[in-house]
Ligand binder design. Structure first.
Ligand SMILES: [Zn+2]
Length: 241
């Protein structure tokens, strides 16, 4: 089981760890450590990239995935290392920090859409470094976009704290209820959940990495809308600078 350092400190840019296993796949290598700050793909957020190194060893991390309780760093290597070897991991921080800003912005977009359209059931999502999308089960016209953009940037400017913590299911339900939200059916079988709370605005079950205050998002720019049929509207956005 890999200890998930990104849940202990979302701002951890580098760390020391011990090699547990080196795996060979047909087209790539896999490195398993006892702990890692590299975020594995999940919950609509792509994996981190970066470097894992030691003396005479260099592993370029091109993707990270979760397999059961283990996290596997995928990539290519120079030099050699054995289980037990101590390495240093360095996250590509520019990329990851943008993903954090984009992810927190995605949560805020739900509130902004709800304020303008009245309802904001999210049907799907995809977050990337420069372009994210949320699909809403709602009809949203292009005339409503400037209003939504104004709302989300007002929420950003409030600069409220964003917290992420693991809680028992009952506690999660209680927190969500404070915001008039309900826990989705897919979470009801879980005993513990990670709740991301944007103080005074909303709370959601989420496994992603987030900024600690909404002001860090900067400015949100909506890139457009598209009807996906069946009453679904896709909104694309980015953050600047
Ligand atoms: Zn999320």
């Amino acid at each position: 089981m890999t200890r998930r350092l990104y849940y202990e400190d979302q701002y951890m840019k580098d760390f020391e760890a011990t090699v547990v296993d080196l795996l060979e796949f047909p087209d790539t290598l896999g490195l398993v450590l006892d702990k890692t700050a590299f975020y594995p793909e999940g919950g609509g957020q792509p994996a981190d990239t970066g470097l894992i190194e030691a003396r005479k060893f260099r592993f370029k991390v091109t993707w990270v995935k979760e397999e059961g309780k283990d996290i596997i760093h995928l990539g290519s290597m120079e030099g050699r290392i054995s289980p037990g070897g101590v390495v240093r991991g360095i996250i590509d921080w520019d990329r990851r920090y943008r993903l954090m800003r984009m992810h927190t912005a995605a949560h805020l977009l739900e509130t902004a859409v709800e304020k303008v359209v009245g309802t904001a059931i999210v049907w799907g999502s995809g977050i990337n470094v420069n372009d994210a999308r949320l699909d809403f089960k709602a009809r949203i016209s292009s005339e409503e976009l400037p209003k939504i953009e104004e709302e989300i940037n007002a929420l950003v400017k409030m600069d409220v704290p964003v917290s992420a913590r693991f809680v028992e299911k009952e506690e999660a339900e209680r927190i969500l209820k404070e915001y008039g939200l309900e826990l989705g059916k897919q979470y009801l079988a879980l005993e513990q959940l990670r709740i991301v709370e944007i103080k005074g605005i909303r709370a959601d079950p989420c496994g992603g990495t987030h900024v600690s205050k909404t002001g860090e998002i900067g400015q949100v720019k909506l890139l457009g809308r598209k009807s996906k049929g069946a009453g679904i509207t896709r909104i694309r956005f980015t953050v600047v600078p």
